[in-house]
Design a protein around this ligand. Structure first.
Ligand SMILES: Cc1cc2nc3c(=O)[nH]c(=O)nc-3n(C[C@H](O)[C@H](O)[C@H](O)COP(=O)(O)OP(=O)(O)OC[C@H]3O[C@@H](n4cnc5c(N)ncnc54)[C@H](O)[C@@H]3O)c2cc1C
Length: 377
């Protein structure tokens, strides 16, 4: 029986496991390794921060879910890939040592390179985990007057929560903004369009920001943060009393020893999601070296293609499923200015942009159904 080892228990790892179970059932043994026993539904963290959702609604028990699928779970962290031996070295509470595999799926997500942004640790909030989101929520609760800045650092490939946070803050502090007691500025390292992989949506998004009295600063390439000020590479400054910033993203440095990564340590793959330069290995999700924003639905797209190709390979066939790099995303403003974007990163003729309250509802219902489907019985 073939043995498939999945590294990482986020959207990419979990959806790969689910699809493999669907395709191959008991024909294979699947093992998933993750340092956390809990799955976090990241797209809901903005709503968690603002107490629109409870913690139980944005997390679920990953081990229990995998048990239901008959997938073995190992709590642990990947230390080294040893592709010539078809083994991976794991450090965990219950297991320490090498796990062997016939096929490998790397789904270890992105790393927050907070060390690349001077002052980040001391002065910035972020939203890239449950406790960070809750901490930011508490800081917002305690805030009554001053300047709020939300933004993206260079190489932070995640504009959606920045926009959603700005809109939620603007709604919450509508009166204080009108009285000029509070201001909100959204900062992007390049243009808004570039933050969304080149898709043209700046007209709609800028109009929505304007309507909510949110100032926008594009091409502000952040270099450092001090107590009440962010500074760009051009030495421009913006002052703040409350800062929510997404730090630079990187892949996993430990994978560079295997010579499968780009200069930011994201893994290079071919159009079938196979790792370039490593046999019997696939990579999915944020860890993959594709340009543009890093999104859950993209991780799910990778996972679907990787699982289809793995099933073909295991049955002795050529992996023929091909991945097309597209963004399909909703920026939930909570009302009529919500935006749906569908954009082909490799084919700009794939472009659809819609606005309206419906898209806010679609995102909330879609997310709720996804979480419900993945909750354990
Ligand atoms: C606040 C926020 C809002 C977002 N909003 C949206 C949205 O509206 N729409 C959208 O499509 N996307 C959104 N995203 C992006 C989306 O959540 C990510 O693209 C998605 O989580 C990527 O899935 P992944 O499996 O690649 O990585 P992750 O979900 O990060 O999972 C990676 C997994 O690998 C594990 N891992 C890491 N290192 C190791 C190691 N050394 N050994 C073993 N395991 C390891 C991690 O513990 C984790 O289980 C949002 C993200 C955030 C943070």
């Amino acid at each position: 029986m073939k043995n498939i080892l999945i590294l990482g228990g986020g959207f990419g790892g979990l959806v790969t496991a689910e699809n493999l179970v669907k395709e191959l059932g008991d024909e294979v043994q699947i093992t998933l390794v993750s340092p956390q026993r809990t799955f976090t539904f990241y797209p809901a963290l903005v709503r968690l921060a603002f107490r629109q959702l409870d913690l139980e609604e944005v997390t679920f028990d990953l081990e229990k879910k995998l048990n239901e699928l008959n997938v073995r779970f190992i709590e642990g962290e990947v230390l080294h890939l040893k592709p010539s031996l078809h083994r991976v070295q794991i450090a965990g509470k219950e297991f320490n040592g090498d796990l062997s595999y016939d096929y490998l799926v790397i789904a270890m997500g992105r790393r927050l390179a907070t060390e690349k942004m001077y002052g980040f640790f001391d002065h910035a909030h972020h939203l890239l985990g449950v406790s960070a989101a809750q901490k930011f929520g508490k800081a917002v609760d305690a805030f009554s007057e001053g300047d709020i800045v939300v933004g993206l650092s260079p190489d932070a490939y995640l504009p959606v929560p920045v926009c959603e946070t700005a809109f939620t803050l603007a709604t919450r502090f509508r009166d204080e903004i009108a009285d000029e007691k509070i201001s909100i500025t959204a900062v992007f390292p390049e243009t808004i369009d570039k933050a969304f992989g080149g898709a043209e949506l700046s007209k709609e998004l800028t109009a929505a920001f304007e309507k909510h009295n949110i100032s926008v600063k594009e091409e502000f390439s952040l270099r450092m943060i001090s107590k009440n000020e962010i500074r760009s590479k051009d030495d421009e400054t913006i002052s703040f009393d409350l800062l929510m910033l997404l730090p630079p993203f990187r892949g996993q440095a430990r994978l560079s020893e295997n010579r499968i990564t780009d200069e930011l340590n994201f893994v290079n793959v071919d159009q079938h999601m196979r790792v370039e330069g490593m046999n019997n290995a696939y990579a999915v999700g944020d860890i993959v070296s594709f340009e543009g924003p890093k999104l859950a639905h993209i991780a799910i797209g990778h996972a679907t293609i990787a699982a289809e190709n793995l099933a073909l390979e295991i049955r002795g066939e050529e992996p023929t499923a091909v991945y097309y790099h597209e963004i399909a995303s909703i920026i939930d403003q909570g009302g009529a200015d919500s935006i749906y974007l569908h954009y082909g990163m490799w084919d700009a003729s794939v472009y659809r942009l819609k606005t309206g309250t419906m898209w806010s509802l679609v995102k909330r219902v879609h997310d709720k159904l996804w979480r419900k489907k993945h909750k354990t019985a």
